[in-house]
Design a protein around this ligand. Structure first.
Ligand code: CA
Length: 519
């Protein structure tokens, strides 16, 4: 064992304890970081119980802390992962959008942990294109990965697995805990799921839950008045693909919406590829469930609002079933740690690379700085520091995770983190100096999916100011107390003093983070 454990032992000797007696309780904390892809807070019952019950995910927060206002700096998959790893904004770590590649020379918290005696590993979705760096062991999906029978690359070797991705990744995580991680080393294990990413293919085990009818959000029929960027996006549920999104019989489908895809994307071909991956047994269970849905759809010939409602229900039913599998598998992982006595010596984090729209504004997907995709779930459990039942309402970010880990483990580095350690908030300390504004910047336009225009902005406790640029020049301002659903852009009608004050604060944040050009 290297530096950290030596330091812990020296500390124990200094206070006169026997290291043999105390080693079990005083060894450095393990870190289990569980991240899903596109999990909306509204689909986790510790935040909202309107749609789903997630007892295992909630357990982490109930026995630890729930962050009610946790945000990403850039609401898109690869870039958010890079921010978690580096503790730096996209313009600093160089991964601005999903067409970039993560520079593995970036300093990351797993690299630092590894240098300090931790066994570091990552299992599941990586999505940063470059080969994982800073890990003793890695076993990751190729690019987006597949829901069924996924192929993973284990330390350079490509291996096909049979089964459902959320279960396969959890099995591999448990196997890593059991057989890979040396017992005398603290570990950092990152378990990163594909679910519940589009195209929301549930485990056949959960199909028996059937189709339920869910309430649509209040602003489902939003007409985007006074919000040009919102009006010109391409992520409306109305335009989802009938094949890969709705799971209709591929031979009977005529695609009418674009599904938000870039030019040349072939949804039918994509859906056929997904379907053909199923084993014979999986396919027969799949057909048994989806064939009658398809038949009923083609019989009914729905149009207008009825068709839109049907699409919403179809989408949300599959999406939520994917989360049930996440919840059950996180439960398995917690049970394993409990059984092996590591549960209370492990910082357990559950989060997502960003949030998602579940029909709010009529949308799916993410990208916008509006609350549903700007925010993400974040709960943590570590009973040695966090009092069970803790609730935090400060403005926290994915940017804060790397410095938090350093602080928790007690490593001092020269690294210039752009986030702040959450440790005082986790301990429930009185914190008088905390950030009063969250800065955001999204870049993936005009290329790529969904046509969400480039924008940057800032939210304070009460207000949100956004500037959409590139092929437009539009400002939006929301009063989140009066208008939590962000339907009423008050930029033109607000008191000029308020606009000046918020614009000044936005400028200050851009200077603070060194993001001074519109690119
Ligand atoms: Ca994502």
């Amino acid at each position: 064992m290297k530096n950290l454990l030596t330091r812990y032992l020296m500390l124990l000797l200094a206070v006169g304890c026997s290291p043999v007696e105390k080693e079990e309780t005083e060894k450095p904390p393990n870190i289990l970081f569980i991240m899903t892809d596109d999990h909306a807070k509204n689909a986790m019952s510790i935040y909202s119980d309107k749609l789903i019950q997630t007892p295992n995910l909630d357990r982490i927060g109930k026995e630890g802390i729930v962050f009610n206002r946790s945000y990403v700096t850039n609401s898109i998959c690869g870039p958010s992962r890079a921010v978690f790893l580096t503790g730096k904004y996209s313009h600093v770590n160089g991964f601005r959008h999903n067409y970039d590649e993560f520079d593995s020379a970036n300093m990351t918290y797993p690299k630092i942990l590894r240098k300090n005696g931790y066994y570091t590993s990552v299992i599941g979705k990586w999505h940063l294109k470059s080969v994982p760096a800073g890990f003793d062991y890695w076993n990751v999906l190729i690019d987006q990965g597949d829901y069924y029978n996924p192929t993973l690359v284990e330390m350079g070797d490509t291996i096909d697995h049979v089964g459902y991705s959320t279960t396969v990744i959890t099995d591999l995580a448990i196997e890593t805990l059991k057989n890979k991680i040396p017992k005398d080393q603290p570990f950092c294990l990152m378990v990163q799921h594909k679910a519940p990413h589009r195209n929301w293919m549930p485990d056949t085990t959960h199909l028996a839950l059937g189709e339920k009818v869910y309430p649509v959000p209040d602003n489902f029929y939003d007409e985007y008045e006074n919000r040009q960027a919102a009006a010109e996006q391409d992520q409306s549920i109305s335009r989802m693909f009938m094949s890969m999104d709705m799971k209709l019989d591929v031979d009977r489908v005529v695609e009418t919406g674009s599904g938000g895809g870039p030019e040349g994307f072939d949804a039918v071909k994509n859906w056929k590829r997904n379907y053909e991956r199923l084993t014979e047994e999986q396919r027969s269970r799949w057909d048994e469930y989806y064939d009658p849905i398809s038949d009923a759809f083609f019989d009914k010939k729905l149009t207008g609002k009825e068709l839109l409602q049907w699409k919403y229900q179809r989408y949300i039913n599959d999406y939520l079933k994917c989360i049930i599998s996440v919840d059950e598998n996180v439960g398995r992982l917690l049970d394993y740690l409990e059984k092996t006595g590591e549960l209370d010596n492990t910082l357990i984090v559950y989060t997502s690379d960003q949030g998602f729209y579940l029909g709010e504004h009529g949308w799916y997907d993410k990208r916008f700085m509006y609350e549903e995709s700007f925010g993400m779930p974040m709960v943590m459990r570590y009973p040695k520091l966090i009092k069970p039942g803790s609730v935090n309402n400060d403005l926290v970010m994915n940017l804060d995770f790397a410095p938090t880990v350093m602080d928790l483990v007690g490593i001092e580095t020269e690294e210039l983190w752009q986030g702040q350690s959450l440790l005082p908030l986790m301990k429930g300390e009185e914190v008088t100096e905390w950030r009063d504004g969250v800065y955001y910047h999204y870049y993936e336009y005009p290329f790529g999916w969904h046509k969400v225009k480039r924008h940057y902005g800032m939210r304070t406790d009460r207000y949100k100011l956004i500037h959409f640029y590139n092929d437009i020049d539009k400002w939006e301002l929301y009063d989140l107390v009066e208008d939590p659903n962000e339907m009423n852009n008050i930029y033109e009608e607000a008191e000029p003093e308020l606009v000046v004050e918020l614009t000044k604060r936005l400028d200050e944040l851009q200077n603070q983070y060194g993001d001074i050009s519109e690119e």
